[in-house]
Design a binder for this molecule. Sequence first.
Ligand code: ADP
Ligand code: MG
Length: 575
Amino acid sequence: MRPYLLPFLVAVTCVALETAAEIIQPTFMSYVVDKGVLLADVPTILHYGAIMLAIALAGAAAAVARNYFSTYAAQHAGRDLRSSLYSHIQTLSQENIDQFHTASLVTRLTNDVNVATRFINSLGRISFKMPLTVIGALALLIYQMPAMAPVVVVVILLTVVIIVLMTVLSRPRYARLQKSLDRLNGVAQEYLQSVRVVKAFAAEKREDARFTEASENYAMSGIEAMHISATFIPLINLTANAGILALLYFSQAQDPGQIGHLMAAVNYMTQLIMSLGLFGNVLSEGMRALTSSERIAEVLTQSPAQQTAANPVSLKDTSTQQTAAGLSLTFKDVGFTYAGSSEPALSHVSFNIEAGTTLGIIGPTGSGKTTLINLVPRFYDATYGTVLLNGCDVTQLDPHELRASIAVVNQSALLFSGTIEDNLRWGDEDATLAELTEACGIACATSFIEQLPEGYKALLGQGGVNLSGGQKQRLCLARALLKDPGLLILDDCTSALDSATEHKVLEGLRQLAHRQTTLLISQRIATMRYADAILVLENGQVRGFGTHDSLLKDCATYRAIYASQMGREEPGHEC
Ligand code: ADP
Ligand code: MG
């Protein structure tokens, strides 16, 4: 809020002016009645009437200004909050993000920030009206009818009790409301990301039911939270009306010549209670905003699960003894267990590959291949053991440089909305057209790109929906190649290509092999022939390391995979 303090203070000043204008009106009205109407004095009526009109106009102008300035301050503060929250999320590690769940982060970025923004706006627009009105109206009421002070005090005390009760009761309900919104977004997001799977399993009904349940849950939490204000705000009104009745009752003794005073007093009582009611509303909104701001703070105060070395080592300093291009990679007794999981995903993994070579990694699904490669760019950090690039512990390297020198092509080919060229330029912003075409050539993407009417300028939908799986994989590969990485990680990224295209792609990569170190992950034995050495994983453990021939001889797991893929089943082994 600090940068927008000025407009906020202007808004609050306008609120003060507006409130003053409202508060003074009944007093002038009492003059109109007592000095004008009761005495049939038309010039006096006109005189005070004109003053009242001028005050009303000034009040209206102040009201417009406070809305303007308060909205300005609130929306800008909201924008800044959203941006800093988003920037902070970018610094978090995969582990942090897993912990919050994506849907909840989306809710926090949008709905929670909106709730906080709305509250700031209410604060600027109305909340300061309350103390001003209460003090002003109270003073003028007592000035008009001093005998009524006890009635007014009782009414105010009652109202305060109601407001406090309302606040205390609504707080946990708002926390539940935001949680159920998280869940609603989670269900929707999961469905939207996997429409095809849902359709393929004809599971729309089940998804519908899941969404309906989450939606119902959200509605119920909303109703539960609203019940509180729905019950308590009319109670405040009831108290107000009872107070006015009491005022009228006790005013029987009033001098009939002072009827204007009584009218003004009733008016002040109404103003007073209305502003208390309004305050109740803002307070209940504040309770919701408090819940939301706690949820925002939870993310903002989350420090990245990964520590960066105080004096990070540069990869450039480690490569002096290297002869070949690319990075050497060593795993030293590495183990990893996902947070919240009881089984380790990797145990005691050790191997070493030289710069400029290609390591094939094979193993059944769930054997830990993806987990293993995620440890190199530090998407996660090893639970024990060390991962070394060019002999240097990855946790000691400058994280930006580390990730800049590694390109990962994931199992799920992830593209962004924009043109094909935009997507490729993620790899290298300044790549020339020749470089783009070269990378696409190696990835066997040129042929299909050139068939598109707009070529490289063809627009992709969100996630590249308008491309086939194989086309997406080829674009992702080209994007990675443009990065010209020291270590290229291909995580099962040729799975959607036909064998002929896969062969062409891998053959092309082999031509480049001297330029970088490559990790080639696949479940297919056939793919492993492009590797210099092969690591066999099963249940997170290394079962073998060597060439195709040596593994066939020494590694039972490899033999079993080989047998199953060559059409000869080996009994008792599931792959
Ligand atoms: P692969 O790539 O060989 O198919 P993964 O490395 O993806 O295997 O998974 C290895 C094991 O770790 C599996 O048992 C899987 O269920 C588990 N796993 C993978 N990702 C996560 C995660 N984010 N949280 C918890 N467990 C996970
Ligand atoms: Mg995998």
